[in-house]
Design a protein around this ligand. Structure first.
Ligand code: 26V
Length: 838
């Protein structure tokens, strides 16, 4: 969290929504203090004199849990009593970050807790720094799921989030000698007070083995699966508190364990040690989150993970459904809707079919009908290498019965649906089939999702259009109404109220106290965008946030940066399509210009990066190394008089984002047009008053639509231009040969200027841009990008113009609240009503 200055008068600086009478407030502070002290003794088992900061944090969580668990029970009882229709959000990733400050904020107890701790001589932000991030996701997709949980709870939509209780989240990144090193992230090594285990809801999941046929006395033939092993799924519940405690949603994460009956079988076969080894295999399933490396096929464990959490979740869903419906499935699709967050949980489709057919006795047709009415699928990327395909041989080994069901679905689809629409057209059949033929036959998970789902959505307007027209055009011809858009959103509670209290106070004053529930209210700030006093206040908040970030930068990487400089930020996963190397090339051009003319009249600039590279993605790691090497040189070059600094902040994660985003002047959103499905940090930055320096890609387009192109810095090729340049044979050498500056920069990277004594260690970047054809058009966009930066510099010098643009950006982001996204899903996809908790 941003270190909050402790206000003298809590009511004026407060995030508390109700202006509680002073006496009540004092009482609440005293009560919270007592609760913390009490928990410190009776729950944590220590005393104030001996307590570590970690112990204090645990006691604060225990105190907050007093409110949370009661409301969780109320929420669940309400839904059980009313048999409410609910959405089940299946996601292999939930990037929750830290929960304590968020929970306190949503309970409207942050100020109370802060003042209570102050009376105990503690700083709440320091205490809450003890909380490890829950980094159970890679990036955008996982963080989106976390924002959606916050909004589902806030908007009181009946829901359960289902995922995997990874023992290790996304790796912790260390930078050694400028290079990324991965370290395990054991976020709950000694347990976590934020979750509760529910042994009463353990599930057993079969795996492996073979299928044989059984003929019933009436002559009907059915499949019988004889699994080789059973894995136990242990649920851990994490309560997600809605704003003002409106409802408490539940995130249920499954941990894998070995089962006794399974060990016993192997033991009987004579191998005690083998049994222990097999046990560790079962326990491996939820051990670690896969970083999204180039998905080389054959990762059995990943498919096992996906199947494991889907199978546990579906059993949980059926168990709850049957408490009321007693195995009558006629109401199933009326009560249950399932959202597939990307293709990772696709295996839930054949698993639901299997449970209904093999264990509940339904016909294939009846089960298929239910599946089609229950599932929906969100696509999050068009990148071909990210579209999941599993080799058939892995299915045969792990999930033989599921493969049969997939074949049957495919048979009906190809013969009943495709054949009817395109009679005799085998090319179309081959393209739309769930099975990809070839040397290694594969199951195409996205095809299975599209064929089954009621709705398929993309995550920003442009992306949804490309999903429909470029990725799945034939499916769209078959089912035009299946495809829709729900633009992503982010929770304004975490990404404005909690992380930027200074700006939150301005909105409290200008927009009233309900803006965190209705972010459109922020638009009221717009009418003050030309008002010098408001501009000064707005920019003072930004400056204060920059001072705090400058301190963090000094602590983390030892670099001094000037809070008056322009803070230009690019934080996101490292990928060629996101083009961190385009940013780096511009930095090199600026550095070169400054060396040529140290008195150049430009504002001082700090370029801030944060990015994790997938461990096997060599070029991405080389780009990190290059940023660090170039930064090191520039930051220590006295000739440029401190006008340029470049910092790479290690281990970018949610809690670091909360410190960086409120302090940004410029938000770099520079993906090749057509490649970034939506982006969500673009929304967070704009909300916090940064200008987008970006391409017309993903949600940038919709951001600019709201905030005005004149208040942002847009550059580069459009989606159509990218497509036509590629279609007409793009040759990056042409740009290299015709732009002498570009040529000199790329050649510079090849020397040992940035890596003394080691020429060529950075040359993989140049190679990818020339010899490898520059797949993401970095060189094609360079000139336009440089021009954009020059426009940004000119604008930044005009302080009032900048303040106005920043304010308008922040004020017009209402539509990017994830509450709006949830209302869209509820209306257009889930047919779901919100429900007040009794
Ligand atoms: C997966 C892979 C796997 C193979 C190697 C390369 C690669 C690159 C990316 C991915 C992630 C795909 C799914 C994903 O995280 N998409 C992100 O979803 C966000 C939420 O909708 C969205 O804002 C981002 O634009 C999108 O990239």
């Amino acid at each position: 969290m941003v270190t909050k200055s402790t206000p003298k008068k809590t009511t004026t600086q407060s995030n508390a929504v109700k202006a509680a009478p002073a006496a009540d407030y004092k009482q609440s502070v005293a009560k919270f203090k007592d609760s913390v002290l009490n928990h410190l003794r009776t729950t944590i088992g220590t005393s104030p004199a001996k307590a570590s900061k970690l112990a204090w944090w645990q006691a604060v969580v225990a105190a907050a849990n007093e409110d949370i668990f009661g409301r969780l029970t109320d929420t669940q009882e309400t839904h059980a009593k009313n048999d409410t229709r609910a959405v089940h959000y299946l996601s292999a990733e939930f990037l929750m970050g830290r929960l304590t400050i968020n929970n306190l904020t949503n309970l409207e107890k942050f100020d109370i807790a802060r003042d209570a701790l102050k009376e105990l001589g503690l700083d709440i932000n320091e205490v809450c720094e003890e909380e490890p991030d829950m980094a159970l996701g890679n990036g955008g997709l996982g963080r989106l799921a976390a924002c959606f949980m916050d909004s589902l709870a806030t908007c009181k939509y009946p829901c359960v989030g289902y995922g995997i209780h990874y023992e290790n989240g996304l790796f912790r990144q260390e930078i050694r000698g400028g290079k990324q090193v991965e370290r395990p992230d054991s976020w709950r090594e000694y347990g976590s007070p934020l979750e509760v285990c529910r042994p009463e809801s353990i599930q057993n999941v079969p795996l492996g083995g073979y299928v044989d046929k059984q003929t019933a006395p009436d002559g009907s033939v059915s499949s019988v699966w004889h699994p080789a092993t059973i894995i136990k799924g242990v649920p851990w519940d994490i309560p997600v508190v809605g704003y003002r405690g409106s409802s408490v949603a539940i995130l249920r994460l499954w941990e894998s364990r070995s089962t006794e009956q399974f060990n016993w079988d192997v033991f009987n076969a004579g191998g005690y040690v083998d049994a222990q080894a097999e046990k560790s295999l079962a326990e491996t399933v939820s051990k670690v989150l896969y970083p999204n490396d180039s998905t080389e096929a054959g990762k059995e464990l990943r498919l096992t993970q996906q199947y494991f959490f889907c199978a546990c979740s579906l059993r949980d869903i059926l168990r709850r459904y049957n408490r009321t419906h007693h195995h009558d499935y006629s109401e199933f699709a009326k009560k249950i809707v399932i959202q597939l967050n990307d293709t990772h949980p696709t295996i839930a489709i054949p698993e639901l079919m299997r449970l209904l057919i093999d264990e509940e006795g339904l016909s294939f047709d009846a089960a298929w009908d239910i599946a089609q009415k229950s599932f929906n699928y969100t696509n999050h990327t068009l990148l071909p290498e990210a579209l999941e395909k599993w080799p058939v041989y892995i299915f045969e080994k792990l999930l033989p019965r599921h493969l049969e069901i997939i074949y049957e679905i495919n048979y009906h689809f190809l013969n009943d649906v495709v054949e009817k629409k395109w009679p005799g057209n085998n090319d179309i059949k081959a393209k739309l089939s769930i099975i990809e033929e070839g040397e290694c036959r594969k199951v195409r998970m996205a095809n299975l999702c599209v064929i089954t789902s009621g709705k398929v959505n993309g995550v920003a307007k442009i992306h949804s259009k490309l999903v429909k027209e470029d990725l799945f055009p034939e499916y769209a011809e078959l089912w035009p109404n299946k495809f829709c858009n729900v633009t992503n959103g982010v929770t304004p509670r975490r990404w404005l109220l909690a992380c930027n209290p200074g700006l939150a106070n301005i909105y409290n004053e200008v927009s009233g106290k309900d803006w965190p529930l209705n972010l459109d209210e922020c638009e009221k700030l717009k009418k003050f965008a030309d008002n010098k006093d408001y501009q000064d206040r707005f920019m003072k908040v930004k400056h204060d946030n920059k001072v705090v970030l400058a301190k963090t930068i000094k602590e983390l990487v030892g670099v001094d940066v000037d809070p008056n400089a322009m803070f230009d930020v690019q934080v996101k996963r490292l990928h060629e399509y996101k083009r961190q190397h385009l940013n780096l090339l511009y930095i090199l051009s600026l550095y070169k210009s400054l060396l040529e003319n140290p008195d150049m009249d430009i504002p001082a600039q700090v370029f801030i990066f944060g990015a994790k590279a997938a461990p096997a993605y060599t070029l991405a790691k080389d780009i990190i190394y290059a940023i660090n090497a170039v930064g090191d040189k520039i930051n220590n070059d006295l000739r440029i008089k401190g006008k340029l600094k470049v910092v790479f902040l290690p281990n970018y994660r949610v809690s670091l984002a909360e410190k960086i985003i409120p302090a940004a002047d410029i938000s770099e959103q520079i993906s090749t047009a057509g490649y970034e499905a939506s982006g969500t940090s673009n929304m967070k930055f704009a909300m916090n008053g940064a200008l987008t320096l970006g391409t017309m890609d993903g949600a940038n387009i919709e951001i600019v639509e709201k905030a005005g192109i004149e208040n942002n810095i847009i550059f580069g090729l459009s989606v159509e231009e990218v497509q036509s340049l590629k279609a007409n044979g793009y040759n990056s050498w042409d740009y290299y040969n015709s732009n002498s500056e570009l040529k000199s920069i790329l050649d510079w990277l090849d020397t040992d200027y940035f890596t003394p004594g080691q020429p060529g260690v950075l040359s993989s970047i140049k190679r990818s841009l020339l010899d490898n054809g520059d797949p993401f058009l970095v060189l094609a966009d360079f000139a336009s990008y440089k021009d954009a930066h020059q426009r940004a510099q000119a604008m930044f010098k005009d302080k009032q113009r900048w303040a106005k643009a920043a304010m308008i950006n922040s004020a017009t982001m209402g539509i990017f609240s994830s509450d709006r996204s949830m209302h869209d899903y509820a209306r257009d996809i889930w047919n779901l009503q919100s429900k007040n908790v009794d």
